[in-house]
Design a protein around this ligand. Structure first.
Ligand SMILES: *Cc1c(COP(=O)(O)O)cnc(C)c1O
Length: 369
């Protein structure tokens, strides 16, 4: 038997019958862009997170970009984010002509280190983007303190963390905006690309709604330069059905994480950490291993799925060579990139499959010892 890293087909079977008539109605209506399904999903998602406003957009990357644009970020501005994240946390900054400024991570959580953030704030800093990586919230209190003291805005990259909490409050609700991705592999994934911005700031929400449709409130009259960043009705319908299952699926991910923690404890691997006050939704279960180059072929041989998120930190990405960073600039991010390994953690995994993952790791370490 083999264990896939991720298999979404099983999950689809769970809500297929409920979804089918809703999609049939959509096809009959032929109203595919925005519309009632999108505004309905915006309301349910806002309610789920505990925010006043939610604006459906075309992707998580666009959620970040439109947040920054609405906050007035542009050429000459600096935006601080983590060096260890998906490239979109940085490229959404670059898309507006602003300069991404990277900071190193806390090695225990893989999330940006608030102390490093303070050191990087200049007169040009407009926004800090904390990334809640792998489903775990960044340490928000010190970041909110920095925001209060310096006047910078916080835009949360919650793309991997729908449903995650920090001190009993949902991520995405701490910053000026919170940004979500509905890419199919996220905990709440659609049938293609999609994203959401949440905010309590009504004026900002209105700006974002305008930017999303060519800068217009009124058809064919554009008050500001906008873009086309709309969420499709089809995605909204799928996501609205799936949102009802999100807590259940996230809890199952947590159960799997706790099982791995228990079983892998005796092995010479570093397990993911969840400090008190955090509620991770484990979009990834990421361990650190010193001998990754040997472990990977072993897992492949046993048919165990795995992934490396992320092999190259942002400051060393070829696209960011022009920023002039060098190897050694962010040692914790670099160490993480060299040692991380994510194991299968989707909710539909069977106990038998989980045992197989554990046995493969046990087998590997029995052999190298
Ligand atoms: C997935 C992801 C994004 C981008 O979301 P898309 O919907 O793929 O554009 C941004 N940041 C992080 C941390 C992500 O994981």
């Amino acid at each position: 038997m083999s264990v896939p890293f991720l298999d979404l087909k099983l999950q689809y079977q769970q809500f297929k019958d409920e979804l089918q008539p809703l999609l049939d109605d959509l096809y009959a209506s032929q109203q595919f862009v925005l519309g009632i399904p999108v505004s309905e999903f915006e309301s349910t998602f806002a309610q789920y997170c505990g925010s006043a406003e939610a604006i459906g957009v075309s992707s998580g990357t666009d959620a970040l970009m439109v947040s920054l644009q609405a906050l007035g970020v542009g050429p000459g501005d600096e935006v601080i984010t983590s060096a260890f994240t998906f490239v979109a946390s940085g490229s959404s900054i670059s898309a507006l002509g602003a300069k991404p400024v990277f900071v190193d991570i806390d090695p225990e959580t893989f999330n940006l280190n608030p102390k490093e953030v303070l050191n990087k704030i200049t007169k040009k800093t407009k926004v800090v983007i904390p990334v809640h990586l792998f489903g775990l919230s960044a340490d928000m209190n010190p970041l909110l303190e920095i925001a209060r003291e310096t006047g910078v805005a916080i835009v949360e990259d919650a793309c991997q963390s729908a449903g995650a909490e920090y001190q009993q409050q949902k991520v995405g609700t701490f910053g000026t905006t919170g940004c979500f991705s509905f890419f199919p592999t996220k905990n709440l994934g659609g049938f293609g690309d999609g994203g959401m911005v949440i905010t309590d700031n009504e004026a900002l929400a209105e700006q974002i709604r305008m930017i999303r449709v060519h800068g217009s409130k009124e058809r064919y009259r554009s008050d500001i330069i906008g873009r086309n960043l709309r969420l499709d009705a089809l995605q909204a319908i799928v996501l609205d059905v799936k949102l009802k299952y999100l807590d259940q699926w996230n809890n199952r991910r947590r159960e799997i994480a706790h099982f791995y923690n228990e079983k892998l404890k005796p092995l010479p691997v570093t397990l993911p950490l969840e400090h008190p006050g955090y509620h991770s939704v484990y979009n990834q279960y990421t361990i650190r291993v010193e001998e990754r180059d040997k472990l990977i072929p072993y897992l492949e041989d046993k048919g165990i799925g795995y992934s490396v998120y992320y092999p190259i930190p942002l400051h060393l990405q070829p696209c960011y060579a022009f920023l002039g960073y060098a190897k050694g600039d962010f040692p914790e991010s670099e160490k993480a990139a060299e040692t991380v390994l994510s194991l299968p953690i989707f909710p539909e995994l069977t106990q038998k499959q989980l045992n197989e993952v554990v046995q493969a790791l046990e087998g590997f370490y029995a052999q190298v010892r």
